[in-house]
Design a binder for this molecule. Structure first.
Ligand SMILES: [Zn+2]
Ligand SMILES: [Zn+2]
Ligand SMILES: [Zn+2]
Length: 276
């Protein structure tokens, strides 16, 4: 499984329009961050997590010309405003794209994108998407098992996603206890971390490091970073096994399949859950 970091910046991106701070003027290309999103290539499926407002730029930059599904973590603008730019894939690949999200996320998509869901729109004027509501249970996209991971984003319940040895948890300010087992035995964890100063709806760097320690993935990358954090400085500060992600980074993960422990014990007790 391969993971491409398409964007690793906070909602306004870096550089921020009009900002003259040292990070926004940095010459380190790793300090230029589009809005947060990753592309997964796993078992022949191309899965986009969040259609960030920069999706068009990201698709052009990374040569994305096809997608099999979009998974939404939540409905905030930086994570959904790339939806309209799925149209070329509808046209050139002649297919609708399934979009997965919680009931709340899909309800907000219907509200924000009312024109997409209106009957009778000209086909090339609107993205052709197929909403699929997901809850807490694992679901299949082709041969790929995706495990939603409930998270808190301030007071908003949102989702992270786990696929095999990989998990993506952005825009998180607290991880509920029940999600702990869903994040066990990870090769790579991607965790949202905004800046050093406290924020009501995002982990600070320090909170994210502490959460990453508890989760204990072999490697943790931090994403959704603000312009208050320079890549090189943060990299030097973080403990072994943790690093800031950067746009264009590609990570390989060996394990494509994973079964939660409870399901494994169900299985031993004669349950009928498919262990793949
Ligand atoms: Zn965000
Ligand atoms: Zn700045
Ligand atoms: Zn958000």
């Amino acid at each position: 499984m391969k993971v491409w970091f398409l964007g690793t910046g906070t909602s306004m991106g870096i550089p921020m329009v009009g900002c003259r701070c040292t990070v926004c003027r940095s010459r380190d290309p790793r300090d230029r961050r589009l809005r947060a999103s990753v592309l997964l290539e796993v078992a022949g499926q191309r899965l986009l997590i969040d259609a960030a407002v920069d999706f068009r730029q990201q698709a052009l930059r990374f040569g994305i010309d096809d997608l099999d599904a979009v998974l939404f973590t939540h409905h905030h603008a930086d994570h959904i405003f790339g939806l309209d730019d799925l149209r070329p894939i509808n046209i050139f690949r002649a297919k609708d794209i399934p979009v997965y999200g919680s009931a709340n996320t899909l309800e907000n998509l219907r509200r924000v994108y009312s024109y997409v869901f209106r009957a009778g729109e000209n086909e090339s004027d609107v993205p052709r998407i197929r909403p699929v509501e997901i809850e807490r249970e694992a679901f299949q996209i082709g041969p790929v098992t995706v495990q939603p991971v409930p998270l808190w984003h301030g007071r908003l319940p949102i989702l992270g996603f786990r696929i095999g040895g990989f998990a993506y948890c952005t825009d998180v300010s607290a991880i509920p206890e029940e999600s702990g087992p869903l994040l066990a035995d990870l090769e790579v964890l991607v965790l949202g971390a905004l800046r050093h100063r406290p924020h009501p709806t995002h982990f600070t760097i320090e909170q994210a490091v502490e959460a990453a320690r508890q989760i204990g993935a072999r490697q943790t990358y931090f994403t959704h970073l603000s312009h208050e954090v320079a890549h090189a400085e943060l990299e030097a500060l973080l403990p072994a096994g943790m690093a800031p992600a950067y746009d264009g980074q590609v990570v390989e993960i060996r394990r494509e399949r994973w079964t939660p422990r409870e399901q494994l014990s169900d299985l031993k007790n004669g349950g009928d859950i498919n262990p793949t």
